[in-house]
Design a protein around this ligand. Structure first.
Ligand SMILES: Nc1ncnc2c1ncn2[C@@H]1O[C@H](COP(=O)(O)OP(=O)(O)O)[C@@H](O)[C@H]1O
Ligand SMILES: [Mg+2]
Length: 321
């Protein structure tokens, strides 16, 4: 996403959040549009310590993503530092990211299934292609009782959004290279792009194996779920909402009635086509099932319905899940 698009998203979000917060008076953090430091340290399972919690500038629909920061780094960011006689304001880099999953699990077993799936995805992708996270289930004290809540303490990934629905052509990758800023001229950009494609081949091969062997696919469809690192690795940061892949005709919907599995396989096929510059193998039952034109049309109408049902926040949340 361009910075103008991100800014536009921020403005839309501000508006959307104002609407949500005026409607929602619940004390449950899962219903709250945003959290701040004091909200986090008030949670019964968080010990107030030496770190500051700050809402990450990018947001999604399903999780609260909080930066865990050193107070000294935040002070330097605000007040600046003098270097070579000049004042500069270094951005505070998170030590970790705290993820708080908004989804309510009907049973503890459902929460455990989600945890097991995260582990399986982690085994296939490895630390190169997935942001490592220590996921834990806590007893969240709310409204006089306790409920299971899924949280994660995740590695912070420095990078730019790799949007599977974007063009992903050479020009797109050059723009990413310039924005990520590993530095260098034309030749460096060419080598970086070559490396991106080489690494993407490995990452996609692993995802393909996971789909075929384990029958699981992470949410590749949400914009922001994959980041491109300065080193040229595409990395999955959104590790929740993993779908089971079945080759049946029925289109599976997730808890928010979004066709996450179909959209993720579509995103996977686009990444393959555009980054590896080759057509997908339609003889493969996964692609022939999920990329069947009639099925894709049906998925599209379910998706339109999903965005409509998300109103009034739909303008912001489109694509960000
Ligand atoms: N560990 C991380 N490092 C850097 N950015 C992250 C990390 N986790 C999430 N983000 C960013 O925060 C936004 C929301 O995160 P995501 O995991 O997609 O949440 P949701 O479950 O709400 O979709 C995304 O744009 C994502 O790129
Ligand atoms: Mg997401």
């Amino acid at each position: 996403m361009t910075s103008e698009a991100e800014q536009l998203n921020d403005e839309r979000e501000e508006r959307a959040l104002r609407i949500v917060s005026s409607e929602n008076l619940s004390g449950d953090i899962r219903d709250r549009p945003r959290l701040g430091h004091s909200d986090v340290v008030e949670l019964n399972f968080i010990r107030e310590g030496k770190f500051l919690f700050r809402r990450h500038h990018r947001t999604g629909l399903r999780s609260h993503i909080m930066e865990v920061l050193r107070p000294g780094d935040v002070a330097a960011e605000k007040e600046g530092m003098i270097r070579d006689g000049l004042r500069w304001f270094p951005r505070a880099v998170p030590v970790k990211m705290l993820r708080i999953f908004r989804t309510r699990f009907s049973t503890l077993r459902d929460a455990e299934i989600e945890l097991t799936r995260v582990k399986v995805v982690g085994r296939y992708l490895g630390p190169e292609y997935m942001a490592r996270s220590d996921e834990f289930l806590v007893d969240y004290e709310v409204d006089g009782g306790y409920e299971p809540l899924l949280c994660g303490l995740q590695e912070y990934v420095d990078g730019e959004i790799l949007d599977p629905w974007g063009p992903l052509d050479s020009e797109y990758l050059t723009t990413l290279f310039r924005r990520i800023g590993p530095g260098g001229g034309r030749e460096e950009a060419r080598m970086w792009k070559q490396n991106v494609r080489k690494r993407a081949e490995k990452a996609l091969e692993r995802i393909g194996r996971m789909i075929r062997e384990a029958g699981l696919v992470p949410d590749l469809a949400g914009v922001g779920n994959l980041l491109m690192t300065p080193g040229g690795n595409m990395k999955l940061v959104d590790i929740n909402n993993i779908s089971r892949v079945s080759l049946e005709n029925r289109i599976p919907l997730d808890d928010r009635r979004y066709p996450a599995c179909d959209k993720s396989i579509q995103a996977f096929s686009l990444l393959e086509q555009k980054l590896l510059q080759r057509p997908v193998d339609m003889g493969d039952p996964v692609f022939s099932t999920f990329l069947d034109p009639e099925r894709m049309r049906e998925v599209q109408s379910i998706e339109i319905e999903f965005h409509r049902s998300m109103a009034p926040t739909n303008s912001y949340f489109q694509g960000a899940h």
